[in-house]
Design a protein around this ligand. Structure first.
Ligand SMILES: C[S@@+](CC[C@H](N)C(=O)[O-])C[C@H]1O[C@@H](n2cnc3c(N)ncnc32)[C@H](O)[C@@H]1O
Length: 229
């Protein structure tokens, strides 16, 4: 089995730039019920479990769930588009680097469910590729995009990308580009209110350690936080 997504063996750019900011924006989790949509090998979920949260991670990849089950937390091997959970069950729902794989319709449908699963005053946090990624040019060590000639920032469209990990191995995938306003609207139209936005930046220390010069001047990711008011 390919270990590209096994965090014990393969670090990718979002692990370096997103994870610590995501944890900061999620905030204090002690005693909270948390849902991780697309938990991968459970690295982030397990770190929240260790801080005293009751975390459920969901991912469709059997191999990832097998790795996650070796860590703290409860894990389900399911497609997040089909999972059924109880109303008002979670204080926090988050999803990191997953919604880029969903179409606009799939996100809209899931946003309604997220609203339903959250307790009142519960928060939803999402991190994803920055919506301006495709118009920034391609000078990153970590990722190359195959931008179609007719690319239009305002239209949701599929883009091919090749991601490199710190061991110099590559993984190619297709994801959905969508504009920032489209992103936000999918969640606000489900009833969620946006309360925070973060564009993680490479510090000098990270720049030197991980070839992140391009990322110091260009936003690679975005983290959005919403509340069920
Ligand atoms: C880039 S990885 C991110 C993993 C983890 N959230 C992290 O940040 O380390 C994307 C994950 O989303 C999962 N995924 C994508 N579409 C999914 C779906 N429809 N249902 C469940 N999991 C999905 C993949 O299996 C993969 O583990």
């Amino acid at each position: 089995m390919n270990d590209f997504w096994n965090k014990k063996k393969s670090i990718i750019r979002s692990d370096i730039l997103v994870n610590s900011e995501l944890l900061k924006i999620i905030g204090d989790v002690k005693g909270k019920t948390i849902l991780d949509l697309g938990c991968g090998d459970g690295t982030i979920a397990a770190s929240l479990s260790k801080k005293g949260a009751k975390v459920v991670g969901v991912d469709k990849k059997e191999h990832s769930i097998k790795l996650a089950k070796e860590k703290d937390g409860k894990y389900l091997c399911k497609d997040i588009r089909k999972v059924n959970l109880k109303k008002n069950e979670f204080d926090v729902i988050y999803s990191s680097m997953v919604f880029l794989f969903l179409s606009d319709k799939e996100i809209k449908d899931l946003a309604k469910k997220i609203y339903h699963w959250l307790k009142k005053k519960g928060v939803f946090v999402i991190s994803d590729i920055h919506p301006t990624t495709e118009i920034q040019g391609d000078n990153s060590f970590w990722v190359k995009h195959d931008i179609p000639n007719n690319f239009d920032y305002f239209k949701t469209s599929e883009v091919k990308a090749t991601l490199r990990n710190k061991n110099n191995e590559k993984s190619t995938f297709t994801y959905f580009h969508r504009s920032l306003s489209t992103y936000i609207e999918h969640f606000t139209s489900a009833g969620l209110k946006m309360i925070d936005l973060c564009e993680p930046q490479a510090t000098k220390e990270l720049m030197h350690k991980f070839h992140l010069g391009f990322e110091n001047k260009n936003p690679a990711y975005i983290i959005l936080k919403f509340i069920k008011d």
